[in-house]
Design a protein around this ligand. Structure first.
Ligand SMILES: *[C@@H]1O[C@H](CO)[C@@H](O)[C@H](O)[C@H]1NC(C)=O
Length: 293
């Protein structure tokens, strides 16, 4: 489908060029009389009319953000908003998208960028200017930016426009060792294939999984739990000796009781347990959106 419409447009683009180059050529020659001129124009229009394969929207052969609308045989050249590219999956849809899922390798040209503060182009996702800010990026809409922070331990990946593990993002200065400051202990190959886990030395709630024994990824236990480095699993923090006090000041004993023994689905009318949600700032797993002006 995409191939078909692109081929149609290669053909189309040639005809557009032919039609425009025909103008100076014709103007050099003095028309003998008015009717002849009209006939010539009509002939040329007919040629263009016939060149529109069918009504719809067709990608330009060379420029990913340029496309053509064919309507009743008329060709209208159009441009996507800066930063977006034409989506040619269906010629009935006039659609421009961010470039992540669209293959522009065969039509790599783009319009001249219109940059604004933190936005390389008017629309899209752009890396933070500071290379060491691995997990921060900007989302730009019509030239207005929003700074977004990846969940803890993830790195903004330029190629996919999403937050990924540092070893997947392969960003210079943002490798697993830079982001986590954790080196997987050397192990033999057999043991490495079990993806061994190690407690995060700085945070009881978290641990590292060493993929194939050598690539760390940070992972967390649920609220109220800690990683038990002896049994290599998440356990209620109060049962892990070195982490027994971890939630002191963040959760009360009553709140920990409630987490450890979740209220039954049908609480008794009297003396039902507290429904107050424990709140642990800064440790959320959600993407944090900040407005920075
Ligand atoms: C690999 O290391 C593990 C854990 O240290 C050990 O139990 C195992 O015997 C070792 N295997 C080989 C083949 O050296």
């Amino acid at each position: 489908m995409a191939f078909r419409s692109t081929v149609g447009v290669v053909f189309l683009a040639c005809l557009v060029v032919l039609a425009s180059s025909a103008v100076p050529k014709n103007s050099k020659r003095k028309p003998a009389n008015a009717p002849a001129r009209v006939a010539e124009d009509a002939e040329r229009d007919a040629e263009i009319t016939n060149s529109c394969p069918e009504d719809g929207y067709f990608a330009d052969a060379e420029q990913c953000d340029k496309y053509y609308e064919c309507r009743n045989g008329e060709i209208i050249e159009k441009l996507c908003p800066d930063g977006m590219v034409f989506n040619d999956y269906d010629s009935n849809d006039e659609k421009c998208d961010l470039p992540f899922n669209i293959d522009c390798s065969q039509r790599p040209k783009l319009q001249t960028p219109i940059p604004s503060l933190h936005c390389v182009r008017q629309n899209g996702y752009f890396s933070h200017e500071e290379p060491h800010e691995c997990g921060k990026f900007y989302y730009c809409v019509d030239g207005k930016f929003n700074m977004i922070t990846c969940p803890s331990g993830l790195v903004y990946n330029d190629k996919s426009g999403i937050c990924t593990w540092p070893d997947e993002a392969k960003k210079k200065g943002c490798g697993a060792a830079d982001v986590f400051q954790f080196d997987c202990p050397a192990v033999n190959e057999t043991f490495g294939l079990t993806h061994p886990r190690y407690a995060d030395p700085d945070d009881c709630q978290f641990f590292f999984v060493c993929i194939n024994g050598n690539t760390p990824r940070r992972s967390g236990c649920k609220l109220g739990q800690a990683f038990d480095d002896v049994n290599k699993k998440c356990e209620w923090a109060r049962k892990v000796p070195e982490c027994a006090e971890w939630y002191k000041g963040q959760l009360t004993d009553a709140e920990l009781d409630a987490l450890e023994n979740p209220p039954t689905p049908k609480p008794k009318p009297a003396g039902s347990p507290s429904r107050r949600k424990p709140n642990r700032p800064g440790k959320g797993k959600q993407v944090v959106v900040e407005d920075e002006e």
